[in-house]
Ligand binder design. Structure first.
Ligand code: NAP
Length: 321
């Protein structure tokens, strides 16, 4: 996966899409200050969306971000939504609140955690798989009528980290930690988000839904918590893992993006009118990733259906579309 063309900048894209963003209702998960979700909101708020819904598990971080946003543009309505993705009960409660409110033009499933020691959620799932994928799967399906009502969009913020692992249909929970590997678990969750987006497009594209997944770009945020104590050594270990797996990124200098480059694909996927031609696609650097550059486990209808079926099983609810 080589990237040679100049990278788009979120500020330019927001200027370009200003008429489209104006008046829209946009719900973003994981909006803590200093993260990509927060940068995204701080950038698009300048184009006067109608309502921004900030979904997160930590109220005080949400309030801090809301304060910052209202300083940037006091005319935009802001709402906080309590959502802990490590708990289906919390997801269901949040969905009830959303379903009692206005329609959603754009849902950005941005929240995630990355790597770290093995942990199970209260629902019995490996934490990254549930927090990054399963709970977003449940939340999205529970509120989908609110998005469909306005021919809206669902954007799943995945990652090139999908290269670390496929969905482990037999061993999704790493046998209670016995077979756990923190990066393979991150990879599984990010692969699942790509497959979920594709399957959602296949099932609901005919009803006007646009469903995309993205790799945003790479910058230091709180996502690196688990490797912050020794990040040089951790990055070297990741590089070594990439080399062992035969991934191209293991064999080149890794370059970080600027924050406005990193969120450009959030903006592009959320508002570009022409991206509709690519329903279900995985986008990197504001364009669909060519299939030949994708990992085989993130591709294909069979894989997407299998992931959907497993997700339904693990959230305990079927969504027949
Ligand atoms: N940064 C990168 O280089 C990069 C690269 C590729 C992909 N991504 C993807 O981009 C997205 C945003 O990442 P980021 O870099 O902005 O990370 P971040 O700064 O750590 O933000 C992640 C957000 O997710 C929230 N979150 C984590 N667990 C949650 C839970 N159980 N319930 C609700 N919210 C939860 C965090 O809330 P708390 O503050 O409460 O923990 C935070 O608001 C992620 O999907 C990530 O995989 C990032």
């Amino acid at each position: 996966m080589t990237e040679t063309s100049p990278k788009a900048n979120a500020v330019d894209l927001v200027t370009k899409y200003a008429d489209i963003i104006k008046g829209k209702t946009i719900l973003v998960t994981g909006v803590s200050p200093g993260g990509l979700g927060a940068f995204f909101l701080e950038t698009i708020i300048k184009a006067n969306p109608g309502l921004l819904i900030l979904a997160g598990r930590n109220r005080s971080k949400g309030e801090e971000e809301a304060k910052k946003l209202s300083e940037i543009n006091p005319d935009v309505e802001l709402r906080l939504l309590d959502l802990d993705l490590a708990s289906y009960a919390s997801v269901r409660k949040a969905a009830e609140v959303v379903n009692a409110g206005p329609n959603i033009d754009v849902l950005v499933n941005n929240a995630a955690l990355m790597a770290g020691p093995y942990r199970k959620t209260e629902d019995g799932n490996e934490n990254q798989f549930q927090s990054n994928h399963l709970s977003h799967f449940l939340f999205t399906n529970l509120i989908i009528e609110k998005v469909l009502a306005v021919n809206g969009r669902v954007v799943n913020v995945s990652s090139d980290g999908c290269r670390y692992g496929r969905v482990r249909y037999y061993d999704y929970n790493f046998h209670d930690g016995e077979s756990y590997h923190q990066w393979i678990a991150y990879g599984q969750s990010k692969t699942a988000q790509i497959l979920f987006s594709a399957e959602l497009a296949r099932r609901l594209g005919k009803r006007g839904l646009l469903s995309l997944s993205i790799h945003p770009g790479s910058i230091w945020t709180n996502l690196g918590q688990s490797i912050k104590d020794d990040h040089e050594a951790s990055l070297e270990a990741l590089h070594a893992m990439d080399r062992q797996l035969g991934n191209e990124v293991g064999w080149r200098d890794f370059r970080f993006d600027s924050p406005m480059e990193a969120i450009a694909t959030h903006v592009y996927a959320s508002f570009d009118p022409d991206v509709k031609e690519h329903n279900g696609a995985f986008l990197r650097y504001c364009k669909p990733c060519p299939p030949e550059d994708m990992h085989v486990w993130t591709l294909g209808e069979l894989e997407a259906r299998k992931c959907w079926d497993l997700s339904e099983k693990l959230v305990g609810q079927k969504f027949e579309y």
